[in-house]
Structures are given as structure tokens and as C-alpha cells.
Ligand binder design. Structure first.
Ligand code: ADP
Ligand code: MG
Length: 333
């Protein structure tokens, strides 16, 4: 199978999911797309590199799914509607391209996205997906809008993907069904897109949890020039994670490790009932983990009236050394 027959087969697969907003999809030199009136174009790109973003041996369809899902997560965090994806595949041989694309298309159908183009080249294994879509003019949610007194909310639960990686790397033992659940969370994240879109106009600031909840909260605090007080014991965990990792300190480490692809957002206290109602409609659990403060930095409850300042640390590709040695490098001030 050469590059052109591979692309022809990808085009045939993608065609089945083509929607009305595509004037011209795969097959020409570029795609032509119709953005609905009144929307601003929203664009994001993310690259997954074998051995860096997914462990060796990850199923190819999972790689395709995740490469799109991480971008959907960014759109959810903007309260934006994803519409079109472009997929750039670099592979040692083109045989894997179809399997990857099938996984990507499974994710795209789930979210109503059309694959409208891409590129296929030979080389060390990586995949880069560009996602395009829209949001009503001026209404996308950024990291910068948090206000002092806002509640800080986390959607879904934290730590299952990190537990999945720990299982794959044989650092954690879990029952077969818990292990399968964790590895699925690692391989096939399902970001709460509908929730992100419904929170437009209610969330003051929003970000997706990818680097780790503390690091991502740190990004919001920097962008908003504010601080936060959180209670780490409130970080949401699934019953499977509680069962597999009963020790709260070990569990907390997994919950702050990243790769969750869920949402963190802030909203005014008086909107707490509305947030709860919207989350219930979207069938997503939401948990309040703290409050935004004028006092800068990230602080945690430490019993009684005491608070302790903690580093807003997560995964940083360019930081030197393993994560545990760079705890002080990402201060939220
Ligand atoms: P060009 O040389 O003009 O870039 P290509 O041969 O790379 O043309 O691509 C031909 C068509 O196939 C284009 O529409 C391109 O967007 C699409 N395409 C190529 N690779 C992929 C892929 N992996 N996934 C989806 N579409 C692809
Ligand atoms: Mg090309």
C-alpha cells in the first residue's frame, strides 16, 4: 500500500462522516469550510510522539482517538464547538495509517467532527492533529477571567489515566476490571465537551486538566493575576481509584499527575446551583475544590485555620530531571 492508496482509503472512511459545513473535504489541495454566521474561528493543534505521549505498544486506534481527544479537550476548555480536524501522520511505514485514522474517526463521530484533510509522511512515529471550529463572537472562555471569591470546580474525576500509566509500567497492581478502566482512561480520554459549551457565560475562567490539576490551576492563576486556596482532600476520585490506591497520599500524587483531559473552571458562588444543574444535564460530576483569592500563589488547607503555600507543579516537557525533582519550578505567582 503506497501513500496515495492509503490516502484514498482514508478519504473513503472519512467521507461517511462528512457533515453539511464542509464545502470541500479530503482530496484537493486544501479543504473549504463554512463557518456559521456570527462565530469566530477557534483553532488548536496537539502532537503526540511515540514514547513521550503514549507508551510503546499502545494500540494504533487508541493513538488516533487520543490525538483528536486532546484537542477536543482544548475546545471544551474554551467553550467552543469543534467542527473540522486535520491529521498529520508520520509513520515508519504507511500500514498503520488506516488503523490510526479509524480510531480518530471513532472519536470524531462521537463529537460531531469531520476529518477534512491531513498529511501522510514516512519517518519516526508521531501524529499531529489540528482542530478547527467556532464560538459565538466574544463568548469563548479563556484562562484569564477568574475573579476573587469564585468557586473552583473540577469536572469528572482525577487520576485514572495516571493510574493506567502506572499499571502499564507495572508500578501499580489493580484488579483486571479496574486496570482495564484505568488503561481506557489513559488511551481513550472523553473530555466533557457538552459541559464546556454549556458553561459559556457562567464559567469566568476555564482550562482543561492535561498537565496536572495543580499546574493547570496555576496557569489560570497566572493568567488571571490571582491566587487560590484549595482543599486537596476534595480532589474527586472514582471508587475504582479509591479501591486500587487506598493510601490518600499515593492517590493524591496520581490525581495531580495529569493526562485527565477533564475541565477546571471558576464561577461565582451565587451560580453554584446553576453549575450543578448544568453538570447534571450533561451527566458529568462536578466538585468544588476551593476558592479564588486576591492573595497570590496557590495555598492548601492545612487543618484548623492554617494554610500552606504549595507549588503549582505538573508535567513540563522542557523541565530537567524527573517530575519529583522539579517541584519548585512552576510557582503560581
Ligand atoms: P498535497 O501534496 O497537496 O499536500 P497530499 O497528497 O498530501 O497532497 O494530500 C492529498 C489529500 O489527502 C489532501 O486533501 C490532504 O488533506 C489529504 N490527506 C493526506 N493525508 C491525510 C491523512 N492522514 N488524513 C486525512 N487526510 C489526508
Ligand atoms: Mg501533503
Amino acid at each position: 500500500m503506497n501513500e496515495f492508496s492509503t490516502i484514498a482509503r482514508i478519504a473513503a472512511l472519512a467521507e461517511r462522516s462528512a457533515l453539511a459545513d464542509v464545502a470541500l473535504g479530503i482530496g484537493d489541495d486544501a479543504a473549504i469550510l463554512d463557518l456559521p454566521r456570527g462565530e469566530q474561528l477557534v483553532a488548536a493543534v496537539d502532537t503526540l510522539v511515540a514514547g513521550v505521549h503514549f507508551p510503546p505498544g499502545t494500540a494504533l486506534d487508541a493513538v488516533g482517538w487520543k490525538a483528536l481527544a486532546v484537542n477536543v479537550s482544548d475546545f471544551a476548555a474554551m467553550g467552543a464547538q469543534p467542527r473540522w480536524a486535520l491529521s498529520s501522520l508520520t509513520l515508519p511505514n504507511p500500514e498503520g495509517a488506516l488503523a490510526i485514522t479509524r480510531g480518530l474517526l471513532a472519536c470524531s463521530k462521537w463529537h460531531g467532527i469531520t476529518l477534512v484533510g491531513g498529511d501522510t509522511t514516512r519517518g519516526p512515529f508521531s501524529i499531529s492533529v489540528t482542530l478547527l471550529g467556532g464560538a459565538p463572537r466574544g463568548r469563548a472562555v479563556t484562562r484569564a477571567g477568574a475573579r476573587a471569591g469564585d468557586d473552583i470546580w473540577v469536572a469528572g474525576t482525577l487520576g485514572e489515566a495516571a493510574a493506567g500509566l502506572a499499571c502499564v509500567e507495572q508500578r501499580l497492581e489493580a484488579s483486571p476490571s479496574d486496570r482495564a478502566r484505568f488503561v481506557r482512561a489513559l488511551d481513550k480520554p472523553s473530555p466533557p465537551l457538552a459541559l464546556g459549551i454549556e458553561l459559556r457565560g457562567i464559567a469566568h475562567a476555564m482550562i482543561d486538566v492535561s498537565d496536572g490539576v495543580l499546574a493547570d490551576l496555576g496557569h489560570v492563576l497566572r493568567a488571571s493575576a490571582l491566587g487560590a486556596l484549595i482543599d486537596l482532600s476534595l480532589l474527586p476520585a472514582s471508587s475504582a481509584l479509591r479501591r486500587a490506591v487506598p493510601d490518600p497520599v499515593a492517590r493524591e500524587a496520581l490525581q495531580c499527575a495529569g493526562d485527565d483531559y477533564t475541565l477546571l473552571f471558576t464561577a461565582s458562588k451565587r451560580n453554584a446551583p446553576r453549575v450543578a444543574r448544568i453538570a447534571a444535564q450533561c451527566d458529568v460530576r462536578v466538585t468544588r475544590i476551593g476558592v479564588i483569592q486576591a492573595r497570590r500563589g496557590l495555598w492548601r488547607e492545612a487543618g484548623g485555620a492554617k494554610t500552606i503555600r504549595i507549588p503549582a507543579t505538573g508535567y513540563d516537557h522542557f523541565a530537567k530531571g524527573p517530575p519529583r525533582n522539579r517541584r519548585r519550578e512552576q510557582q503560581a505567582d
